[in-house]
Design a protein around this ligand. Structure first.
Ligand SMILES: Cc1cc2nc3c(=O)[nH]c(=O)nc-3n(C[C@H](O)[C@H](O)[C@H](O)COP(=O)(O)OP(=O)(O)OC[C@H]3O[C@@H](n4cnc5c(N)ncnc54)[C@H](O)[C@@H]3O)c2cc1C
Length: 375
């Protein structure tokens, strides 16, 4: 197999795929619509299934240095009362960081391997199957296309399935405030939940507060809101949370969108990865993890198998079941987190406190080793 692989999008999946291909001197280029690396600061937690891939990419140490290793995970009710505490060592290791740190180290790695990237290259058309046309007027010809262009994927909507993201009724607030807690705190309130964790050792603490009120909000990382709106939306929580909100210079809100499951992530010479293939609710913190896993699978298969069709078949086989399971589980977790019926809430809290059901599922997700599947 020859030729040139075009990667559309320099997010988590695009940069990871680029690193794998560039390490083996495969001819590839990443085309990114923004004019530089993504700088949007939201917290992301790195679970063991991502950590082992960062290690494989040889950037784990660097990411870890600029991040935080939380001590435990604490589930609480909306007034802060502890429901369950679990030491992180139960899961191996968790790293909490800022998405822009992750993107920075992935990009540095890709460039150090001699990888090529074109910023300000927004794909607007694929002509004659192989010719990429960009908004800036440039064109390029490739032999294989990896659609890594996120939830609003142009590649997916125009060349795989003519669908578009649907609003789920959830609105998520996010910000980065200050706190000296080294814990991952998860607050479960009626119709809402909040997740907070430190993202480095300088007290910076990321929070995401999710409500379900069906008020339509854009899918955007840049839409600012006000502290008053945020506190009003999450008024069921006490001062301990509101003071964290107030310590964030800016607060952002975005609507959570989803797309239907696909039976096949490929068509012709195109294959989708990450959120373009299977966006999911962020309630299990696995959207980025799936983007990493996809990129490892597709990258390693492209290096190993000399037929694009066979690569795509195998990729579909290896990924579909896992991502569909996590996508459904993430959606269900939203329902569980936002229960309002007092009886069901009591059952949820009882199970969380007295059984290991939730831990077992989490461990199953985290222990999955995609590298073993690729041997
Ligand atoms: C606040 C928040 C917290 C999260 N926390 C976690 C977490 O803790 N753990 C976890 O695993 N996941 C988490 N996620 C999910 C995770 O961030 C996403 O699932 C992941 O970023 C998807 O990666 P991707 O490569 O598919 O797409 P993205 O990272 O969205 O990248 C897509 C890229 O494509 C570019 N692009 C788009 N259209 C075009 C075009 N036409 N031409 C060229 N370029 C284009 C975009 O500019 C962008 O750079 C979180 C998400 C959010 C929003």
């Amino acid at each position: 197999m020859t030729n040139k692989i075009g990667i559309i999008g320099a997010g988590i999946s695009g940069l990871t795929l680029g690193c794998i291909l560039a390490k083996d001197s495969k001819n590839c280029t990443i085309y990114e619509k923004s004019d530089g690396p993504s700088n949007y600061g939201a917290g992301i937690s790195l679970s063991p299934n991502i950590i082992r891939l960062l290690n494989e990419l040889e950037i784990l140490e660097k990411v870890e240095k600029e991040s935080c290793l939380p001590i435990d995970i604490v589930w609480r009710d909306n007034v802060g009362k502890v429901i369950r505490e679990v030491n992180v060592s139960e899961f191996g290791k968790l790293i909490t960081t800022n998405r822009k740190i992750l993107i920075k180290h992935l990009l540095d790695k890709y460039l150090s391997l001699g990888g090529k990237i074109e910023f300000s290259h927004e794909l607007v058309k694929i002509k004659n199957e192989k010719e990429l046309l960009f908004k800036n007027g440039n064109e390029d010809r490739v032999d294989f296309i990896a659609g890594c262009d996120g939830i609003k994927s142009f590649v997916r909507s125009n060349y795989i399935k003519n669908d578009s993201p649907k609003f789920t009724g959830y609105t998520a607030w996010r910000g980065i405030g200050t706190s000296d807690s080294k814990r991952i705190n998860i607050y479960l309130g009626p119709r809402s939940h909040i997740v907070c964790y430190p993202i480095n050792n300088s007290l910076e603490t990321s929070f995401i507060g999710v409500i379900k009120n069906n008020a339509r909000i854009n899918e955007s990382w840049r839409e600012e809101g006000t502290h008053d709106q945020l506190i009003n939306d999450l008024s069921d929580y006490g001062d301990f949370i509101h003071s964290l909100f107030k310590s964030s210079e800016k607060v952002f809100r975005w609507g959570l969108y989803d797309r239907n499951k696909l039976n096949n992530f490929s068509k012709g010479i195109i294959t989708l990865l990450g959120d373009s293939a299977h966006p999911m609710m962020p309630f299990l913190g696995q959207g980025g993890a799936m983007a990493f896993e996809d990129a490892f699978v597709l990258g390693r298969l492209l290096l190993k198998i000399p037929s694009y069709n066979k690569v795509q078949e195998k990729y579909n086989d290896l990924r579909r079941k896992r991502v569909n399971y996590i996508k459904s589980s993430s959606a269900f977790q939203g329902y569980v987190n936002h229960l309002t019926n007092p009886l069901l809430k009591n059952v949820r809290d009882y199970l969380l406190k007295n059984t290991n059901m939730a831990m077992r599922r989490t461990k199953n997700i985290y222990n999955y080793d995609i590298l073993e599947k690729l041997i």
